[in-house]
Design a protein around this ligand. Structure first.
Ligand code: GLY
Ligand code: MN
Length: 465
């Protein structure tokens, strides 16, 4: 946790961006896995964590934006609970840790909200993403559970984005911790992989590193020989010589901040010649984008820059053709690069996605495209000092997509479809780093993880398998 002043200052700043009424943050509760007593790992709501800092279940926080007063709602546990859970910090000590002067029992929350409603004061809350939160809100605010989502406060959403988008020094320290663990997770997989092991064995090792550091995975690990499936959470394959392993995973630090890194490496000690050629294009795209990071540049332009590097590289290999800019304007690169270049990252791996992607990644100046590929770009707006974002271009050979485009003759002036036959079983390559935008440009966060072909092959050659 940060010092109590951090949370007080954040709430004060939030109060200055919201005109009237109360802001309600419902902390998360345990979520049952197969019965109530056997819950998923507890993950606190990120907005609650940002403004009220506490990682315990069953809490709520209210900020009165007019008086500036903060109240924490929660109950001290009974001895019956202590028998099962062990001693717990008192609610008063928890409230002090986050600088909340007022402390009330949880049962008082309904009354406080009802009073505010009766007085005609607005109650702002962020959009709920868990059904239990949705039910609680409907109960507290006496509204229909099916419409409660529609009444989430856009004024609050915009105010939160104005704060959380800019990472402070202490947040960067926490993100560096997440990335130090994430680097170790990647190194262990690169050292361990060998034909005959399963993806699941690698995932177990990677997860173990995250748990050993005191945190956990920031999201379900993508670790697969089928990298062409973008969010592949199956880990049942056995590694075979000739395959590529795409590993996209990151640690969540003990403070709740995420790392999100991707590396792709061969099951063998070396890449094949074909793999090397594609890998180098992805690396060139990633490096070109990183070098272009600076305040003021629209991230959408960098997505298109990555597209141009990919089209030029694939054209040099005889897989694409025609004018590079025209191909990118037509979205032809999306056959190989169908996702966005990256997203903000912080307390969430896709930071603040619960608030709505477009509130976070777009603005009045730059709106989301409807074009296949570009429409998946989560962050399009101009970059600003203090943003932390991922840079994650990739090239994938997705047989079903290739067949569909080919049958329709889509972008036939830019794609050598016959030449793609030799790549049907290629899989996919993605390379991803997390970068801070600084006044002067950028800083790649976290320790270096082998990335060039020579670096990756050096690690693969150094191990005994
Ligand atoms: N790390 C997965 C993603 O960014 O979607
Ligand atoms: Mn990512």
């Amino acid at each position: 946790m940060f010092p109590s002043t951090t949370y007080r200052d954040r709430r004060q700043a939030l109060a200055s961006h919201v005109k009237r009424g109360l802001v309600l943050f419902l902390g998360n509760e345990y979520s049952p896995m197969n019965y109530a007593g056997n819950p998923y790992r507890f993950r606190q709501d990120s907005n609650f964590l940002y403004f009220f800092g506490l990682d315990q279940a069953g809490l709520a926080g209210v900020l009165d934006v007019e008086s500036g007063e903060s109240t924490l709602f929660g109950d001290d546990v009974s001895v019956d609970h202590i028998v099962w859970m062990g001693p717990q910090p008192s609610m008063r000590s928890l409230a002090d840790r986050v600088g909340a002067a007022q402390l009330r029992g949880r049962a008082a929350l309904a009354d406080v909200l009802a009073e505010a409603q009766a007085a005609g004061r607005p109650i702002h809350f962020p959009p709920p993403y868990r059904h239990l939160t949705q039910l609680r809100l409907a109960e507290y605010l006496q509204c229909d559970v099916t419409t409660v989502l529609d009444t989430a406060s856009t004024e609050l959403i915009q105010a939160i984005v104005r704060l959380r988008a800019y990472k402070s020094e202490e947040e960067i320290v926490e993100m560096e911790k997440a990335l130090a663990t994430t680097a170790e997770m990647h190194r262990i997989a690169m050292r361990m992989a060998t034909p005959g092991l399963t993806e699941a064995q690698l995932v177990g090792a990677v997860h173990g590193v995250a748990r050993s550091a005191g945190g956990d995975l920031a999201y379900q690990a993508i670790l697969t020989v089928n990298g062409q499936t973008l969010h592949n959470h199956h880990h049942h394959n056995t590694l075979r010589s000739g395959q590529l392993i795409l590993g996209d995973y990151g640690a969540e630090s003990t403070g709740g901040y995420a790392g999100d890194i991707t590396r792709t490496f061969p099951v063998d000690r070396q890449f094949t010649a074909q793999q090397k050629e594609i890998y180098q294009i992805v690396l060139d795209a990633e490096m070109a984008v990183i070098e272009a990071l600076r305040p003021g540049v629209p991230y959408r332009d960098l997505h298109l820059l990555a597209g141009r590097v990919i089209v030029a590289g694939l054209s040099a290999l005889g897989l694409m053709k025609g004018d590079v800019d025209a191909a990118v304007a037509a979205g032809a690169q999306a056959l190989f690069f169908p996702h966005g270049l990256g997203h903000m990252i912080g307390l969430d791996v896709h930071d603040m996605e619960d608030l709505g992607e477009d509130w976070v990644g777009y603005d009045g100046e730059i709106q989301r495209s409807e074009q296949f590929g570009l429409r998946s770009l989560r962050l399009g707006r101009r970059l600003e000092t203090g943003f932390v974002l991922t840079v994650e271009p990739g090239i994938y050979f997705i047989p079903e997509l290739i067949d569909q485009w080919r049958a329709k003759g889509h972008c036939a002036e830019f794609v050598h479809y016959e030449a793609l036959e030799a790549y049907r079983n290629f899989g996919g390559i993605r390379i991803e780093d997390d970068c801070l935008i600084t006044d002067r440009g950028y800083r790649v966060l976290g320790p270096a993880i082998p990335k060039t072909i020579a670096e990756v092959e050096a690690v693969r050659n150094a191990v005994d398998h």
